[in-house]
Design a protein around this ligand. Structure first.
Ligand SMILES: NC(=O)c1ccc[n+]([C@@H]2O[C@H](COP(=O)([O-])OP(=O)(O)OC[C@H]3O[C@@H](n4cnc5c(N)ncnc54)[C@H](OP(=O)(O)O)[C@@H]3O)[C@@H](O)[C@H]2O)c1
Length: 287
């Protein structure tokens, strides 16, 4: 008989995320062990507790979810956790990173775009491309062969994001662009058929006046008014607004939730899954 499915939550915040716990229950986790305020130095003991208790054939029923609002902290916890697994002896458990919802949100946004356009060769602009969500959106688009402009109010910040992505996606087509002034924004938007706005909550990144006739798909991930892309409704889900296919944050959020649940459920299929942005994007293909 299969052992009970245990999800171990490593959360870098002071309180472990209630949101992540609820999704875990809905995804079929039967026990959730939540650890808050987790730092890299705590991880070895937690991982050993996970891998040294059940035999290798039962370890698929134990998995780790790394969350918290700080994506950089989450990445460090994930790296640390992998260091302490012992795959040579079958002593490892599956692990997923979705700090701040960054991976599932980016995967759902790129999936939304891919429903309407062949991403390979598509000219895209990621506004707010330096945030954790925007960076992953840019990375996934680049991996799919899109030509991606990464936008930031400081072009130098966009340039370092492009360098980071190039380190992972060698043949990526990337261009860092500044977006601070209206002239810079106009140059950034010029000729782009796809715009994904991943700016901070409540910040308008693309006003109507800055649109061009090239724009065919606009996706906004900001749910807090004023919205990130003027003219896109928060609930829009593939809605045609004056010739532009629009998705708002809640429209994307429906797919994000499905992807989050599917990713968690897949952790319990084997003990060797490592779910980061790319793997989660693959899971998003069925939605
Ligand atoms: N639907 C969901 O389930 C879900 C889940 C997670 C996140 N989200 C949303 O996705 C969006 C991106 O999340 P995130 O955590 O990556 O965002 P973030 O880190 O808060 O901000 C992203 C980028 O926005 C830019 N920015 C900040 N303040 C700005 C301002 N006043 N005006 C213009 N640009 C500004 C910054 O880039 P520069 O300084 O380089 O310009 C920043 O790196 C947010 O709106 C968030 O609420 C949605």
């Amino acid at each position: 008989m299969d052992k009970r499915k245990i999800l171990i939550q490593f959360d870098s915040d002071a309180n472990a995320s209630v949101f992540d716990r609820v999704v875990a229950v809905d995804a079929g986790a039967e026990e959730i062990f939540s650890y808050a305020g987790v730092k890299p130095e705590h991880v070895q003991g937690l991982v050993h507790g996970a891998i040294f208790t059940r035999g290798p054939k039962d370890l698929k029923s134990t998995a780790i979810f790394v969350g918290g609002s700080d994506v950089g902290a989450g990445e460090k916890l994930m790296t640390e956790a992998l260091k302490h697994m012992l795959p040579k002896f079958g002593l490892r458990v599956s692990i997923m990173l979705d700090a701040n919802g960054a991976n599932t949100t980016a995967a759902a946004a790129v999936r939304a775009a891919a429903r309407h356009v062949n991403l390979a060769g598509t000219s895209a602009l990621v506004l707010g491309g330096t945030g954790p969500v925007g960076q992953r959106v840019a990375r996934l688009l680049a991996r799919e062969g899109a030509h991606v402009r990464v936008g930031s109010r400081q072009q130098a910040r966009a340039a370092s994001v492009c360098q980071e992505i190039l380190g992972r996606v060698a043949n990526a087509h990337l261009q860092p662009v500044g977006t601070a002034s209206s002239a810079e924004l106009a140059a950034a938007v010029e000729g782009r058929t796809l715009v994904i706005a991943a700016g901070a909550a409540g910040a308008v990144l693309l006003p109507l006046v800055a649109r061009t006739s090239a724009l065919k798909i606009a996706i906004d991930l900001n749910a807090v008014p004023p919205l990130g892309v003027e003219g896109v409704g928060v609930m829009d889900k593939g809605v045609d607004q004056a010739g532009v296919i629009c998705y708002g944050a809640i429209g994307v959020g429906d797919t994000k939730m499905k992807v989050h649940r599917a990713a968690l459920a897949s952790l319990f299929e084997s003990n060797d899954k490592l779910l980061d942005a790319e793997e989660i994007y693959q899971l998003a293909q069925k939605f």
